[in-house]
Each structure stands twice: as structure tokens, then as C-alpha cells.
Design a protein around this ligand. Structure first.
Ligand SMILES: Nc1nc2c(ncn2[C@@H]2O[C@H](COP(=O)(O)OP(=O)(O)OP(=O)(O)O)[C@@H](O)[C@H]2O)c(=O)[nH]1
Ligand SMILES: [Mg+2]
Length: 460
């Protein structure tokens, strides 16, 4: 595509030379170009083709990690409906404060953009407004960053009123300090498809109006959050244990919910297919009922604007009695996924004691990978939502985890409290039930919430 002088041929250089070479030129990340078959998908979605070059700065870690990051950026770009023409990284101690990549490299990037016919550049990070503007000035096409890209995918996937409001708020928060630069860039180039979404209209709007809109969105979201809290309180009152499925985007969370319940939730080989939590009832092997919630996926460095805006959605996870942390075994670095998700979970205050690691897609990997993962994460369960392998065992494990939170009761309940006995059958395990004159004698193990409700009844 571009001439080979930019591309160091690895077979001809040693490790020592690699460092030097890395510093003096842009490295091409192999295998990033969008395959032709994706074009039909893009046309199907009626999105005008957008052709981009990806650029990253490799500051820490190994080359493998840097390339993994670029491959993920390419996946994000393709999820957003963009054609990836090329991907390049520059080795630097830190991103250039003015232009992200060094000024010499920016000139090289300009040539590559011209040669490939790209209409945009996507940078692998969150750039300052100044960096975006300066780099645009050099390469003469639109420059966006990873945060912008993720926000765009969220905007494309938002369905519910709450989801749309959450995404708009995050987008506005991101746009606010960047309005001027974006305005200039667009008036110079004309708005490309990458400017779709709230972006276009926001450019003419002044900051004040955006702030007003943000205030309104925050108010709307607070009201929706209240509704969600009311629902959650009533769920908690019913004492039905809540289980949340969390995990990296595309790990198979929605597939698992569907497997357990036939919920018919959207499953897609795309990043961030799910934004809105779906709650369904599931019966465990003993017959007791739990609720299972499918939640929004995480990603490495999930933009803080999204963590903030999606806080109430993510709280479904921290509030759950048990968190199934789903990990994609077929990912090139499942452990990195595991840690990235734990980082976000920690940010929203999730207690990791409630975590049960579940490795999914075991049908898609070889035995050696499974053996290695078992060694690394001895407590994990291994499943395939596709073949159903391990799913029964998962249910048994969920049950035994929940039982650990149960308390033993030995009480005589008044006959007016029949509903509580029905609940004990539904969500606990009843060992003895005897009808006495004074009421029903029950010996059982039940969730703490229900035990408390029973004790409360007797005290009245
Ligand atoms: N081979 C294999 N593929 C699976 C398995 N489970 C899910 N997948 C595939 O993985 C992709 C993502 O599945 P989803 O269930 O949408 O994943 P998710 O975690 O809900 O993803 P987001 O909502 O986008 O965060 C789909 O293409 C599924 O068909 C599995 O056990 N084996
Ligand atoms: Mg999903």
C-alpha cells in the first residue's frame, strides 16, 4: 500500500537494532486492514465508507502488548463501521505533548494518509484538544482518538432512553473542551461521516448551551436512576439473590444469559453490543430462583466519561450477591482482560469476594490453553455457551456459592406469614415443616434477607 521504506523488515534486524529502528521510524502493525467482506456489512448499515489510518505511541511494555492494543483499536474501528487501511506505531518515551507522535513522524503519517487515500486518522489513546488540533493541521485530515471512537460505538448501540442519555452525557463531556478545535477542523474539511452523532450539531452550539444540555441530561438520568433504584429495592425485598454477569466486551455475557434463560438478548460479534442491563429469572438445580443480569462490557482504559455516565448501570454489578466474571478463553490475552475488568470493577467499588471467574469459549481453544488457564486461575470454571459444556456445573457452583450466604433458621411463623414460607421454598431449602397450633414450625436455610423478614414477622 505505502512504499516499503517505512516498514522495517523484522527478519533482517536484530533485537538491538530493533530499538534503534523503532525510534527512527513508524512500525507497521501487521494484519490490521479491514478485509473486503466487511464492506458489504458497512453498506448494509448504510454508513458511508470511512477509510482510516490508525496510529499509536508505544511507551511501555512489550511490542506484543503494543500490537495487541493496536489490534483492539482496529476491532473498535471496524465495529464503528470504518475501513482500516493501515496501522502504525511509534516507539517513544511519552507521547509528544504537541502532536502526539513526533513532528517528523507526523510528516510521515501525512504521506501515508495521502498515499492510502485515508480520510481520517484514529489515535490509540485520549489526546488533548491541542494534540488533536495540531496533528490535524499537519496531516490535513480529520484526527480522532480512541475515546471518541468508543463513544461513537456506544452512540450507535444505545437503544433505551437511559442508554441514549448516558451516552449523550459522556459525549458532551468529551466534546466540551474540544469544541473550538473541532469546529475549525470541520469548517476546513467539511463534515465527514466520523462527525455523525451529536458531534455535528454541537459544533455550532456554544459551550453554555452544551452545559445546559448536560445539566438537563444529568437531571433526567437522576430521575431514571431513581426508578432503577426502586426496582432494585423491590427485588432486594423479594430476597431473590441477584447475580450479575460482568466481563470484557465480546466475552459472551449475553450468550450466557440466553443459554441460561432463552432471553433472546442480542448476541453479536461486535464490541459493546449490549449497553442496557437485562434482568431475567433463572432456576437453579435445586429449584430455587435467582435473577441474572447481563451488563455492559468493559474494555481496557474504558473512557472515564463512560464510567461516570454508566455508573448506575455498572452499579447493578457492585450491588449483586454474586458476580460472574466472564473471560474469553480465545482472546489473545485472557489474563489481561481479567485484570482490565477488575480495574473498572474496583473503580465502582465492587467487592471482589463476590467474584466467580468463568472462562468462556473453551470450544474455541486447544487443550493446552485450558490447562494453562487452569493453572493460572485455579478457582475458575470453564464453559462454552455455544456447546453448553460446563454450564450445568456453573449452575451448581452458583448454588453452592449462594448457600454460603444463607443462614439457618428454626422458627414458628404465624399462619398469616404463609407468603414467607412460599418464598423459603422458592429461594431457600426447607428441611422441616410442621403445622402447630401456634403457627408453622420451619427449619430451613434461607438468604439472610428472608431470615430477617421472618424474624421481623414474629416480633410484631
Ligand atoms: N466459539 C464460541 N463463541 C462464543 C461463545 N459464546 C459467545 N460466543 C460468540 O462471541 C461473540 C460475542 O458474544 P456476546 O454474547 O454478544 O458477548 P457479550 O459479552 O455480550 O458482548 P458485548 O455485549 O458486546 O459486550 C458472539 O459472536 C458469540 O457468538 C462460545 O462459547 N464459543
Ligand atoms: Mg452483550
Amino acid at each position: 500500500m505505502t512504499d516499503s521504506q517505512f516498514i522495517p523488515d523484522d527478519s533482517e534486524i536484530t533485537e538491538g537494532q530493533l530499538q534503534l529502528q523503532d525510534r527512527s521510524s513508524l512500525r507497521r502493525v501487521p494484519g490490521l486492514s479491514t478485509e473486503l467482506q466487511d464492506i458489504t456489512e458497512v453498506e448494509y448499515r448504510q454508513v458511508r465508507l470511512e477509510k482510516v489510518v490508525l496510529i499509536g505511541v508505544w511507551t511501555t511494555g512489550t511490542l506484543i502488548q503494543a500490537e495487541r492494543s493496536m489490534r483492539e483499536l482496529a476491532q473498535l474501528a471496524q465495529t464503528a463501521g470504518v475501513i482500516v487501511l493501515d496501522g502504525l506505531i511509534q516507539r517513544r518515551d511519552r507521547p509528544d505533548p504537541a502532536t502526539y507522535i513526533g513532528s517528523g513522524k507526523a510528516q510521515e503519517l501525512k504521506r501515508i494518509v495521502a498515499q492510502t487515500g485515508a480520510d481520517s486518522v484514529i489515535c490509540d489513546g485520549e489526546l488533548t484538544p491541542g494534540q488533536l488540533r495540531n496533528l490535524e493541521d499537519v496531516v490535513k485530515v480529520r484526527v480522532v482518538d480512541r475515546t471518541w471512537l468508543i463513544l461513537d460505538i456506544f452512540a450507535q448501540h444505545a437503544r433505551s432512553r437511559e442508554g441514549k442519555a448516558q451516552v449523550s452525557l459522556a459525549q458532551m463531556q468529551y466534546m466540551l473542551p474540544r469544541i473550538r478545535g473541532w469546529g475549525e477542523a470541520l469548517s476546513r474539511q467539511g463534515a465527514g461521516v466520523l462527525a455523525r452523532g451529536p458531534g455535528e450539531t454541537k459544533i455550532e452550539t456554544d459551550r453554555r448551551r452544551i452545559r445546559d444540555q448536560m445539566a438537563k441530561l444529568r437531571k433526567d438520568l437522576a430521575a431514571m436512576r431513581k426508578t432503577r433504584e426502586v426496582q432494585r429495592t423491590s427485588r432486594r425485598k423479594s430476597a431473590v439473590p441477584a447475580i450479575a454477569i460482568a466481563g470484557y466486551t465480546n466475552a459472551g455475557k449475553s450468550s450466557l444469559l440466553n443459554k441460561l434463560t432463552g432471553a433472546g438478548v442480542l448476541v453479536e460479534d461486535a464490541l459493546f453490543a449490549t449497553l442496557d442491563p437485562t434482568v431475567r429469572k433463572v432456576a437453579l438445580p435445586s429449584g430455587r430462583t435467582v435473577t441474572v443480569t447481563d451488563t455492559v462490557g468493559f474494555v481496557r482504559h474504558l473512557p472515564h466519561q463512560l464510567v461516570e455516565a454508566f455508573r448506575s448501570t455498572i452499579e447493578e454489578i457492585s450491588d449483586a450477591d454474586l458476580v460472574l466474571h466472564l473471560v474469553d478463553a480465545s482472546d489473545e490475552s485472557p489474563l489481561a482482560q481479567l485484570n482490565d475488568v477488575r480495574e473498572v470493577l474496583g473503580e465502582v467499588g465492587t467487592n471482589l469476594d463476590k467474584e466467580l471467574v468463568v472462562i468462556n469459549k473453551i470450544d474455541a481453544v486447544d487443550t493446552q490453553t485450558i490447562v494453562t488457564l487452569k493453572k493460572l486461575i485455579p478457582d475458575a470454571l470453564f464453559i462454552s455457551t455455544q456447546t453448553g459444556a460446563g454450564v450445568e456445573d456453573l449452575l451448581v457452583e452458583i448454588e453452592s456459592r449462594l448457600v454460603q450466604n444463607d443462614v439457618a433458621i428454626d422458627l414458628v411463623l404465624p399462619y398469616s406469614a404463609q407468603n414467607l414460607i412460599a418464598r423459603a421454598h422458592e429461594i431457600g431449602s426447607v428441611n422441616k415443616l410442621e403445622h402447630l397450633e401456634s403457627g408453622t414450625h420451619i427449619i430451613a436455610t434461607v438468604p439472610l434477607v428472608l431470615a430477617n423478614q421472618m424474624r421481623e414477622t414474629i416480633r410484631k
